[in-house]
Design a protein around this ligand. Structure first.
Ligand SMILES: [Zn+2]
Length: 207
């Protein structure tokens, strides 16, 4: 069995152009990710999955605008447009995402008062999603991370994978960022510090 897994982060309609929280070029990486996934026997798809009226939505905080920050009990929380509400079309995967052999769909962000950019730890930084245990019990020691958005869910997932002792690569050109007030450069710096190897698709694809 392979000891590595591909983590495909949040390739959902609301994060694609035309969606509620569009990430520029998000749809451009679908075909690349499909191809990359054929090289992995272990694939995890993460799915942002919020309750209606979730604490990370600006609409839940009267007087606040989107992209402002709110002081959540666990620290500053960016306020987003309503997105990826559980069970809606916006929360569904991009229709062209074609990874039928994915072994796990991991939903995150479904606790009403806590966001979860990371696929490992919620934003309170203590509640585990269980992904670390799933990977460990399957003997997986290395993860490759891609998807959207580089500077939020991808970056946090990659850094937390390092926190759980995994070897981590982030595929920069199989990911797309939002870049809110320098967040993309900050995410790259944080991944560097955490020991995430930032790679390109050409370094991974076996032709
Ligand atoms: Zn979200």
């Amino acid at each position: 069995m392979s000891n590595r897994a591909l983590l495909v982060v949040d390739m959902q309609n609301d994060f694609m152009p035309g969606g509620a929280l569009a990430v520029a070029g998000g749809h451009d990486i679908v075909a690349t990710i499909n191809k990359l996934a054929t090289q992995f026997s272990n694939v995890v798809l993460t799915q942002d999955w919020h309750t209606p009226g979730h604490a990370s939505f600006a609409s839940s905080h009267p007087g606040k605008d989107v992209y402002e920050t709110f002081d959540a009990f666990y620290g500053p929380q960016v306020l987003w447009p309503d997105h990826c509400v559980m069970g809606t079309e916006g929360a569904a995967f991009h229709p062209d995402l074609d990874i039928p052999h994915a072994g796990l769909v991991l939903r995150k962000g479904y606790h009403p008062a806590v966001d979860s950019y990371s696929a490992f730890l919620e934003a309170d930084r203590t509640t585990r999603t269980g992904l670390d245990g799933w990977l460990a019990s399957r003997g997986i020691t290395e993860v490759v991370v891609c998807g959207v958005a580089t500077d939020f869910c991808v970056g946090w997932t990659a850094c937390d994978a390092r926190h759980f002792g995994l070897t981590v690569s982030m595929v920069d050109d199989a990911s797309r960022g939002i870049d809110l007030d320098g967040s993309l450069a900050r995410a790259h710096r944080n991944m560097d510090i955490a020991g995430v190897d930032i790679v390109t698709i050409g370094q991974l694809l076996v032709v």
